[in-house]
Design a protein around this ligand. Structure first.
Ligand SMILES: NC(=O)c1ccc[n+]([C@@H]2O[C@H](COP(=O)([O-])OP(=O)(O)OC[C@H]3O[C@@H](n4cnc5c(N)ncnc54)[C@H](O)[C@@H]3O)[C@@H](O)[C@H]2O)c1
Length: 457
């Protein structure tokens, strides 16, 4: 079916095509967020095709193997929609897009080594759309972008072939993704989402489409740039607040104050929102989102000094982790050089299998530069190689050979480790950067303990 048969600017036509399940969906970028998005559309009965440049991923999907094993709930949906042939994948955008009415872009928006946001995937997809998009289609950008990116860039790139004119024969909007890896199904069925179109009519159309697929509140924004500003504001709020408590924790350590006790008590106040200090902020969102807003500030000749400072603090916390460890080594008159250090957790956050921009990488490198032999234990990566190190399979097997254990990620599994098992280490140095060990609990075991932000105890 050609996209030109359905006018995505006609609310009644769209409604009918949803009800008859004839509206054709194409999701470009079927990674961590795009694949669950595509599966949600397919599950609602809409014929959906996923496009990705990753040939292996496309092959895996088309051979019926679900690639996101750590995303609860989606494997069943995947098996169902593959069996019912409502979903398939391709590497060929030029085949998938012309036959689609709705094109969702869930492409990566990373940053380069100078922390400059990289929108090349979106720009290249938009370029392709300018050649192959059928007239009267609707494009929705789900990727995280800077305010103004739709209005200033996407529209002109898609229009450049001269075939398509915005608001006349092609339409665009946004619905920024806000799901957390590891709980995407939960988030897609519970968290409100922001929507905005290039005009109010398009916003209404996006609303009925998303209402059809996602049983959540859809918050209508006045325009695309405001929706993207909200998305970035919410994440940067977290980045800044983590920096705030991390900086405080550095001072509280010196004062002998336990930051966790401060925060737990502070949250009794009705308008305090708790954030925790730690060994750094990673992942595909928070650090990048701060740099996206800093990029917007540069473009607009503005200064966002709080975000700038926050980033500096968060980027300093991995070094502080190494300092705490060095201090513990000094206490027992041992050198880090040639020592055996075990990193507990390499994911950027608890309970997910994701090492993007994880502070663990910097911490590992620092220890290696100091001459330590670094080992890694993380149940999500058992036996695979991460940051050039083969991840241990069994914690008990390795503990007795270690001089120090450094908890970098607060996985739930680590909360269950018996404190007494750390006492069996060659040198019982335990560094907790995520506040999961109660300092009092180590006392009876003669463990040399440092808790990030925990002060003396
Ligand atoms: N992962 C998260 O936690 C999260 C949460 C909210 C928002 N986001 C945002 O969602 C967007 C997508 O993130 P993700 O985590 O799903 O990324 P991802 O890297 O997991 O997936 C992106 C996919 O796009 C594919 N791709 C890259 N260039 C392509 C191209 N030109 N054409 C077709 N496919 C291409 C990649 O092969 C990959 O499979 C980003 O803007 C990100 O900031 C991510």
């Amino acid at each position: 079916m050609s996209g030109s048969k359905l006018n995505m600017n006609n609310l009644e036509d769209v409604r009918k095509s949803l009800n008859s399940r004839t509206l054709q969906v194409c999701v470009v970028g079927i990674g961590r967020i795009g694949l669950p998005t595509a599966l949600s559309f397919a599950k609602s009965g809409l014929p959906t095709i996923g496009v990705d440049i990753n040939e292996n991923l496309v092959k895996t999907i088309n051979s019926g193997k679900f690639p996101l094993k750590d995303e609860p709930g989606y494997e069943e949906i995947f098996n169902d929609v593959i069996k019912n042939k409502v979903f398939s994948a391709t590497t060929k955008i030029e085949d998938a897009v012309p036959n689609s009415d709705l094109i969702l872009l869930s492409l990566p928006t990373p940053m380069d080594e100078n922390n400059i946001p990289d929108y090349s995937a979106l720009r290249s997809a938009a370029s392709k759309l300018s050649e192959v998009l059928s007239p009267n289609s609707l494009v929705i950008v789900e990727s995280t972008i800077e305010p103004g990116f739709i209005e200033d860039e996407m529209v002109s790139i898609i229009s450049k072939s001269g075939r398509l004119k915005i608001e006349e024969n092609f339409f665009i909007g946004v619905c920024p993704e806000n799901a957390n890896p590891g709980e995407i199904l939960h988030d897609f069925t519970n968290l409100p989402r922001l929507i905005a179109g290039i005009n109010n009519d398009v916003t209404k159309i996006i609303k009925i489409i998303y209402n059809f697929v996602f049983p959540v509140e859809l918050v209508e924004m006045p325009n695309c740039k405001t929706a993207n500003a909200v998305k970035l504001t919410t994440n940067v709020f977290r980045d800044i607040n983590i920096a705030f408590v991390s900086e405080l924790s550095l001072m509280f350590e010196k004062l002998g104050i336990d930051t966790i006790k401060v925060l737990e008590a502070a949250k009794k106040k009705y308008n305090f929102q708790i954030h925790y200090p730690g060994s750094g902020v990673g992942g595909p969102c928070l650090p990048i989102n701060s740099y996206q807003l800093l990029n917007t500030a540069r473009r607009t000749g503005t200064k966002l000094s709080i975000i700038e400072s926050g980033r500096k603090i968060n980027e300093k916390m991995p070094d502080h982790t190494v300092e705490l460890t060095s201090d513990a080594f000094k206490e027992c008159n041992k050198s880090i050089q040639n020592s055996e250090i075990l990193i507990l957790g390499v994911s950027y956050k608890p309970n997910v299998k994701d090492i993007q921009l994880s502070p663990a990488e910097h911490i590992i490198k620092k220890f290696q530069n100091l001459g330590a032999n670094v080992h890694v234990y993380d149940p999500n990566f058992s036996s695979s190689e991460v940051f050039g190190i083969r991840v241990e399979e069994n914690l008990d097997d390795v503990l007795s050979k270690m001089d120090a254990v450094v908890i970098v990620t607060g996985h739930d599994d680590f909360k269950k480790i018996e404190i007494s098992s750390f006492a069996k280490m060659k040198t019982p140095i335990l560094i907790d950067t995520r506040g999961i060990i109660e300092p009092q609990s180590v006392k009876q075991y003669n463990i040399i303990f440092r808790g990030l932000g925990r002060g003396d105890f």
